[in-house]
Design a protein around this ligand. Structure first.
Ligand SMILES: [Zn+2]
Length: 610
């Protein structure tokens, strides 16, 4: 009998048809009828995806004899009672290029375990082996494997036998196969691989140098790296894309080709800064959410939605530290960090939904709201990522001020690691809030009531003043203005807005979102409408903003738009753009206390204000 309770084998059987063949041997099946199920979701991406839908032709056998299988619900099967080892075989359709699922063609294969491996109920906690095989044929002779999964009988980066302690670990090691670019650097004695799939000309050496700085910054914050043997950044490069998913010893990332630095370049472009922020975010998750977890996730119930109000702490705090680590590690300057922070504040301040949904509610309802956003999202929901990161900022500055720079949110993260993450103890709901109150020796009840459970704006103006930063709000200067910088002064006339987000459409200008109480909504325009004319002149995404700004505030204009195939006529009174765009500046008039506090916050011991 094998030392492994469940033995899996996976092979890209037909790359042109995007099919993996998977087999699964259960050595000691439940004699009453072994049950099997596929996860409905993947940890870190809080949406029901029903991965069982991609299973094709599932069959069970005992020895050479077919075994009857009964489907119990959308994701669960039950075998007929039997005693011997059961072998299940099935194919998986893999044609979703995202970090959450599986993708296979003649150039590469990628899978998450949640998309391909059946879970043998009752055997989840037992060790399993995974035989990973390449596709057959000369075309695949140069393929190799990148994963943080433990090798059992396989060369490093080679095909063969791998192992996992349990099902939870099995599905937490995504696997990439193909002819990827690979570079390795070492942090705290642990090899870190960066693996890039897709066509690119990235400067691998620079990527390693910058990632090493970021990894070291996070390790310094937590005091130690979790006990793992290797960490892997799996990167898929596409023309235009963005996404990341955290795992216990790796991360899967999707980025745009332009996000990666080319050889000979040394500036940190906005795109590269975005990419490094994403890497930083997922690496911080190695502690925060992969080990320091909500009790609701220990263990994960992958069969249904799992609700927690705590995602502000796991995604918000992580989002706070992702960009902060870029300045703390010296990759970007403080002014560049303040630009990023100003953009985050702008994203929060532009959504009227922040007055309707609390961050705690956004976390709880992420399954049906944040992950299923429609055209109403800016008016109806708030992001626990962005507003959560501002809660983290506010807490950090509050702790630093109250302790005279002796403590910071970093100390809370270390405490969470030592008391919860390292020993594997889940955090009950509201436990972080209690810890913070004890830790700061302050009653933070009102803080959480106002900003986490309530819908008030955080007092960032006041808090940023303690570190000598001025908080400014202005009107957007164009539809593409993301904030973070002072207005472009070439146009002194206040911007007039439509109060809608606009996308290009062959027929005109498509309104993708119509903001509450804006001119477009007041006139009766709706998301999905295609504006075809403004005062009788043909409209497009490119000319709409310019045309509107040739009028004066309070002018009345006529807009023709198609809703479905019906032409509507609207009368719209133009108003000034709201003050929803933030930028931050290092204050001219600061005292030594503020300078010290700012240096403490940004870890810029040498930094002096300009
Ligand atoms: Zn995250």
């Amino acid at each position: 009998m094998s030392e492994f309770a469940v033995q899996y084998q996976i092979m890209p059987i037909h790359p042109e048809a995007h099919l993996f063949r998977v087999s699964c041997v259960i050595n000691e099946p439940d004699p009453a009828g072994q049950r099997l199920s596929m996860p409905a979701w993947i940890p870190g991406s809080y949406m029901i995806r029903d991965f069982a839908k991609n299973i094709i032709s599932l069959m069970a056998k005992v020895g050479n004899q077919p075994l009857e299988l009964k489907k119990l619900d959308k994701s669960t099967w039950q075998c007929a009672p039997c005693t011997g080892p059961i072998t299940l075989t099935y194919e998986i359709y893999a044609w979703d290029l995202s970090v959450r699922t599986a993708h296979l063609d003649t150039r590469h294969a990628y899978f998450n375990g949640t998309s391909v491996f059946l879970r043998a109920l009752g055997h989840e906690d037992k060790r399993c082996s995974i035989d990973i095989q390449p596709p057959t044929g000369d075309n695949y002779a140069n393929w190799r494997i990148a994963t943080a999964m433990s090798q059992l009988k396989a060369e490093r980066y080679g095909f063969g036998l791998y192992q996992a302690e349990n099902y939870d670990e099995l599905v937490d090691h995504p696997v990439e196969m193909g002819t990827f670019a690979l570079a390795t650097f070492t942090v705290s004695g642990i090899p870190h691989d960066i693996v890039i799939t897709g066509q690119h000309r990235a400067d691998m050496k620079r990527l390693c140098d910058d990632l090493e700085k970021i990894c070291n910054t996070h390790i310094a914050l937590f005091g130690e790296f979790p006990a793992i043997k290797r960490y892997v950044f799996l990167v898929m490069v596409v023309g235009d894309g963005y996404g990341g998913l955290e795992h216990r010893a790796s991360t899967s990332l999707l980025c745009s080709r332009n996000d990666l630095p080319l050889e000979g370049e040394d500036a940190v472009t906005d795109n590269y800064r975005t990419f490094l922020g994403l890497c930083s975010h997922e690496y911080f998750h190695t502690w925060n959410v992969k080990r320091i977890k909500p009790a609701a996730f220990t263990p994960y119930d992958l069969s249904r939605e799992t609700h927690t109000e705590q995602l502000w702490a796991f995604e918000g705090i992580t989002s706070y530290y992702d960009d902060l680590a870029l300045v703390r590690s010296g990759i970007i300057e403080p002014a560049s960090y303040l630009e990023l922070l100003g953009q985050t504040i702008t994203r929060v301040w532009r959504g009227q939904g922040r007055f309707k949904q609390s961050v705690a509610a956004s976390s709880f309802d992420t399954w049906t709201k944040f992950y299923k956003q429609d055209e109403s999202a800016p008016n109806t929901i708030v992001s626990y990522y962005t507003k959560g990161s501002l809660i983290a900022l506010a807490l950090d500055l509050t702790i630093q001020q109250a302790s005279n720079n002796q403590k910071s949110l970093d100390d809370l993260m270390r405490l969470l690691w030592v008391k919860y993450g390292e020993p594997g103890k889940g955090l009950a709901e509201k436990e972080i809030e209690k810890l913070l109150s004890q830790f700061t020796d302050q009653d933070l009840t009102d803080f959480f009531a106002n900003y986490l459970y309530g819908t008030q704006d955080l007092p960032l103006d006041k808090l940023l003043k303690t570190v000598g930063i001025d908080f400014h709000l202005r009107a957007a200067s164009s539809v593409d203005d993301k904030g973070g910088k002072p207005a472009d002064n070439s146009n002194s006339k206040p911007l007039i807005t439509l109060g809608a987000r606009v996308a290009a459409d062959p027929a005109g200008a498509l309104l993708t979102h119509v903001f509450d109480n804006g001119p477009a909504q007041r006139a009766g325009l709706a998301a999905g409408d295609i504006v075809v004319a403004l005062d009788g002149i043909r409209a497009s995404k490119d000319n709409l903003e310019k045309s509107i700004n040739s009028y004066q505030i309070n002018d009345e204009v006529t807009i023709h738009a198609f809703r479905r195939d019906e032409l509507y006529k609207f009368s719209l009174v133009l108003t000034e753009a709201p003050l929803d765009t933030c930028y931050l500046e290092i204050s001219d008039s600061v005292d030594t206390q503020q300078i010290t506090a700012r240096q403490h916050w940004l870890h810029q011991a040498q930094y002096q204000p300009s």
